[in-house]
Design a protein around this ligand. Sequence first.
Ligand SMILES: C[S@@+](CC[C@H](N)C(=O)[O-])C[C@H]1O[C@@H](n2cnc3c(N)ncnc32)[C@H](O)[C@@H]1O
Length: 302
Amino acid sequence: MTRGEGVLWAVILSPKGCVRALDFREGELVIFLDHQERSFVQRLHPQGKLQTHRGFVPHADVIGSMPGTAFLTTKGKELFAFRPTLVDYTMTMPRKSGIIYPKDTAHILLWADVRPGGRVVAGGVGSGALLLALAVQVGALGFVWGYDVRQDMLDFAAANLRQFMGGGPANTELKLGDVYENIDERDVDSIILDVPEPWRALAQSALALKPGGVVIAYVPTIRQAESFTGALRSSERFGLVQTVEILVRDWHIRDRSVRPNHRMVGHTGFLTIARRIIRPEEQTPVDDSPAASDSHSDLEPL
Ligand SMILES: C[S@@+](CC[C@H](N)C(=O)[O-])C[C@H]1O[C@@H](n2cnc3c(N)ncnc32)[C@H](O)[C@@H]1O
């Protein structure tokens, strides 16, 4: 579809859930991508322009065009204009902390069963990357509470959220607070912890989670994953514990050259996942999982 074909008034939803036009409008966020996968995120302004070392593209040319349209800079370099996806935005937004990368976020969203209408707590807001994905996923009927011990982090994340959503999302509350000490909410569906010592937030997580709810901790070192797992296993209120690491390998496929890319993101973090359980008092725990028998080692003593 091009401008000339006259299909300008089909509507789609903005990240905030408002109806918006199909073509680019003044004031919208746009991402320009080139063939080298370089990206430039800007807000469209009638007098604005995307300046590159190989010429510029006036925003006036983009306003009124369809997302996906190719533009040539004044020096003939080809670029495409899109509305930023959540991945585009997360990977280019300003950062003041480490963030949870999309490959890990994707796993978190499914394993924590985050869905429209869901109620989720995030411990450790940081730059807001995970929070943004949670807010988009739970939608207008859900709610996300984000805790951080630093007000500057909450302000920074709020700015990132506003920039993507086009205003403060109504389904999110950013709270100054320490999740080791207190989580106010009750009957939440899931809790995602990205704090240095997630095991210290377990007692509060157990109170806040609904029965059967999911807790996930994202930690950069296996020592932290081990400590969190130990705390989960010794708690009577959590079960079905597992730890995973998500590896994504890009492939280079061009002509006769078909091989994995030479570079990949080697390590980001570990995800330890558990369920909030209720075991009747008289019932003693019986762990007959393969992991439990593995811990005694498969090796015969010498
Ligand atoms: C790595 S950042 C979180 C990044 C975030 N998940 C994202 O994707 O952008 C960790 C954050 O946890 C916060 N934090 C550390 N301990 C905390 C605690 N006990 N309670 C709440 N927040 C805490 C830090 O201030 C920091 O902003």
